[in-house]
Design a protein around this ligand. Structure first.
Ligand SMILES: [Zn+2]
Length: 444
């Protein structure tokens, strides 16, 4: 059996790994490239027709767009077999694909893209091809055996263990952190393996000490004193839930600082409802999750948006996208960030080339109503809310796994992160470590 990395090699998006034996194959994840132009341009490259014809199945580890967003492209290119995932992932995948389609449709109407690579029918086909599989049970498809294990990270996320062609391979998928406040700890795979494909997003980092309370305190005190609004641009899936849990805990500790929280993002609201539906899968009790939701007001309909504009400050407003790359957070940012009585709190990594990154890096002017306008709001950034395991957590995971002589493949990592992770693994384990390269074939 051979492994071929069609994406996420020396980068953190576009996850697509082919396992094949020259006659047939399976795809593990089917993600979109995101971020800078040179990456998103790669989404235009179609997958080789012979590869698509040879595919017997597709596995999706979780519902982030960089792991599932290429599914409608694959179907538009002729794939018609099964797509294996958990029930919770299916719920989030349908939300994520619909949102991605709406963004693409808007770009098409604005003549930013010439031809749509897939249609809404292709999304419907994807959904109809999904084959739900439970975690912790041995499943079979043709001559392949596989199991899903809890990966933490986001609702429904799994690691995939599979046995095919006399080889056993573990794909960790994106691993969550052991100290996540909402998502369960990743489960170490108990099965023997000949090869491990591990993600290395944070392979060169150690998570900083939790700075969320100190940043909440600073920004909330600011808007309470000046009667302003605190805008929190946040990723719609998972991150928003973590931020709301942290805010809930903060107000439990500082009840006199409590403020109303509004959520204005259709995708974030759908994701929160999905988390509510599957709250039994979370680390916290269902009752506590309901209490968190009970504290917020969802801006769901046009009438709610009109009301929001009339709400007396101070209050907190969550909106997506988290890096100010689209969605309602940009509209709110243009209105909120130009007043000195407001505050903006970023809650995670801001990609190069995004407005969020520019603001964090000190850009002090934006175009508001097409006029250059000074940014005057208090700007802060929480650094401790990553949803990925850090270097120590990745190494601990590997050391607890039954990897014996298995080859360790590092994918889903920028080059510097992969380099450092490789060194760190080699200093603690004797296994062969390979930093994967795009479109290279490797023996499992
Ligand atoms: Zn992810």
């Amino acid at each position: 059996m051979e492994l071929k990395f069609l994406g996420a090699a020396a980068t953190v998006t576009g996850s697509k790994t082919l396992i094949h034996n020259h006659d047939s194959g399976y795809l593990v994840d089917c993600g979109l490239y995101q971020g800078e132009n040179w990456l998103t341009e790669k989404n235009k490259n179609e997958i080789d027709k012979d590869i698509i014809k040879s595919l017997l199945g597709v596995f999706i580890t979780h519902a982030h767009l960089d792991h599932c967003g290429y599914l409608p492209y694959l179907v538009a290119q002729g794939y018609s077999g099964p797509i294996f995932m958990t029930e919770e992932t299916k719920k989030l995948v349908s939300i994520v694909l619909e949102d991605a389609y709406n963004i693409m449709e808007k770009a098409h109407l604005e003549n930013k893209i010439e031809k749509k690579p897939y249609t809404q029918d292709d999304i419907a086909k994807v959904i109809s091809m999904i084959n739900l599989k439970e975690r912790d049970i041995l499943h079979k498809h043709e001559n392949l055996e596989f199991k899903f294990y809890q990966a933490g990270h986001i609702l429904g996320a799994v690691s995939l263990w599979l046995k095919w062609d006399n080889k056993k391979v573990l794909f960790t998928g994106d691993l969550g952190r052991t100290d996540d406040c909402i998502h369960p700890e990743p489960q170490v795979c108990p099965d023997d393996v000949d090869a491990v494909v591990i993600e290395g997003t944070y392979g060169d980092r150690t998570h900083p000490v939790d700075d969320s309370f100190s940043k909440f305190q600073k920004t909330i005190n600011h808007i309470r004193e000046k009667k302003g609004v605190l805008l929190i641009p946040s990723f719609a899936i998972a991150r928003s839930t973590v931020v709301l849990k942290k805010l809930y805990d903060f107000f439990q500790e500082y009840p006199t600082l409590k403020l109303k929280i509004y959520v204005d993002s259709p995708m974030m609201i759908k994701a929160l409802h999905a988390y509510e539906q599957y709250s039994k899968e979370l680390k916290i009790k269902s009752q506590e999750f309901l209490a968190i939701l009970g504290d917020i007001k969802m801006v769901e309909f046009p009438k709610d948006r009109k009301k929001l504009m009339k709400v007396h400050a101070p209050y907190i407003l969550l909106s997506s996208s988290g890096m100010l790359t689209g969605g309602r957070s940009i509209e709110h940012f243009e209105r909120i960030a130009i007043k000195d009585y407001n505050a903006v709190l970023f809650v995670g990594y801001q990609g190069v080339g995004t407005l969020g990154r520019a603001v964090i890096d000190g850009q002090n002017e934006i175009l508001a109503n097409n006029k250059p306008t000074a940014l005057k709001a208090l700007i802060e950034n929480i650094l401790s809310l990553s949803a990925h395991a850090d270097q120590k957590q990745i190494i601990d995971y590997l050391m607890k796994s039954r990897i014996k002589d298995a080859t360790i493949f590092i994918n889903h990592a920028e080059k510097s992160a992969a380099d450092e992770l490789e060194q760190s693994i080699s200093s603690k384990l004797k296994n062969r470590v390979i930093k994967v390269e795009e479109n290279q074939n490797y023996q499992a």
